[in-house]
Ligand binder design. Structure first.
Ligand code: ATP
Length: 359
């Protein structure tokens, strides 16, 4: 059951609509990521949930408590909603223990015990007396999380908490924060524009665009069955090719492919993920040539030019374990079902689309 429910929330600044009817459900104890491009309204949504901004319309409910709605605006400090800001924002003159204890009432029993418990939860036991300046960026972020968890909030909001960390540190701090949140049982909302972060960290992902949540689901659902072509492009890498659906089969220049889900007959675009493009011996697949390889260490993205029937050249990306020299000849086969979207009036179909559509 959802603990946090956002229904039809709107917010305008000087008559400019920023949130245009946001719906968001976060189950109790779950970590939800709100994922969207810069400027789509993610921070504004967090600020409305925290109570720093008044919604122009809609409701925010936590459990059976209405926090914001028509004629109602519970003050931020009475919401039991905590915020971890972008760069942690620790008090520089207070020790780690001082920072964590800041949110606890002075009279709280077992104050020191609680601080120690929280530092253990975020993997910083024994750091009580350190000053923020003596901590790495990742450690500061974990102290900020401990400080936010201290008063036992019902909901915790994290605004791009890893954006200031360098790439190497980000993945490990993310994993630590994720396990600390799960161990604390808190219900959390993380705002990010980084799709990899959303997919790898969250239990539920809500994709935001132009002030609305356009799709919400598990990371697997969002990646495998995107709601539209823009979500497909935004979440993970996508190979988008013109395609026609006829009788439940997706016809493309790369061949007839199985359809994921169901669709009525029509002209449109199919979305393949690079891992669905498999390299095979030349004789066993469509002939292709390596255009370029981008090496990431753990794997590489290889840009290929596939020679399709009718001599149509189709650029396609695949993922490999190793490097492939430029101009190398390979064979290509597509595996697994593909998502398909009907053509919208404003979609520009790539060259060769009509050939594919009528293939
Ligand atoms: N207090 C404000 N007054 C006027 N406009 C605002 C205010 N706060 C935000 N906006 C505008 O609302 C839009 C959404 O901003 P918001 O910060 O919510 O986006 P975001 O998705 O979090 O972006 P980013 O990822 O860049 O932080 C932007 O166009 C921004 O300029």
């Amino acid at each position: 059951m959802s603990l946090l429910e956002v229904r039809g929330v709107t917010k305008a600044f000087d008559r400019t609509p920023v949130l245009q009817g946001v719906d968001l459900d976060v189950p109790s104890g779950a970590l939800a990521a709100v994922l969207g491009p810069s400027g789509c309204g993610k921070t504004t949504l967090l600020r409305v949930i925290a109570g720093f901004e008044r919604a122009s319309g809609g409701t925010v409910t936590v459990g059976d408590r209405l926090l914001a709605g028509p004629g109602r605006h519970v003050a931020p400090e009475r919401r039991r909603v905590a915020v971890v800001p972008q760069e942690g924002a620790l008090f520089p003159h207070l020790s780690v223990a001082g920072n964590v204890a800041y949110g606890l009432p002075r009279s709280a029993p077992r104050r020191d015990r609680r601080v120690a418990e929280l530092l253990e939860l975020v993997g910083l036991q024994g750091y009580e007396q350190r000053m923020p300046a003596e901590l790495s960026g990742g450690q500061q972020q974990r102290v900020a999380l401990a400080r936010a968890l201290a008063p036992d909030p019902v909901v915790i909001l994290l605004d791009e908490p890893f954006s200031a960390l360098d790439a190497g540190l980000r993945a490990s701090v993310r994993a630590d924060v994720r396990s600390a949140l799960h161990a604390s049982g808190a219900t959390a909302v993380l705002v990010t524009h980084d799709q990899e972060e959303a997919l790898s960290t969250a239990d539920v992902v809500a994709v935001m665009r132009d002030g609305r949540v356009v799709q919400a689901g598990t990371p697997q659902e969002i990646y495998r069955t995107p709601h539209d072509i823009d979500v497909a492009r935004f979440v993970g890498e996508a190979v988008i090719i013109p395609a026609t659906v006829r009788d439940g089969v997706v016809w493309t220049t790369l061949g007839a492919l199985p359809l994921a889900g169901a669709a009525a007959d029509g002209v449109g675009m199919a979305v393949l993920r690079p891992e669905q493009v498999i390299l095979v011996p030349e004789a066993d697949g469509l002939p292709a040539r390596v255009l370029d390889t981008v090496f990431y260490g753990h794997d590489a993205n290889v840009m290929l030019e596939v020679r399709c029937p009718g001599d149509v050249l189709m650029p396609v990306m695949c993922r490999t374990q190793g490097d492939l020299p430029r101009s190398e000849s390979v064979g290509v086969r597509i595996v697994g079902p593909v998502t398909w979207f009907p053509k919208r009036p404003y979609d520009v179909m790539p060259a060769g689309a009509q050939d594919a559509a009528s293939a």
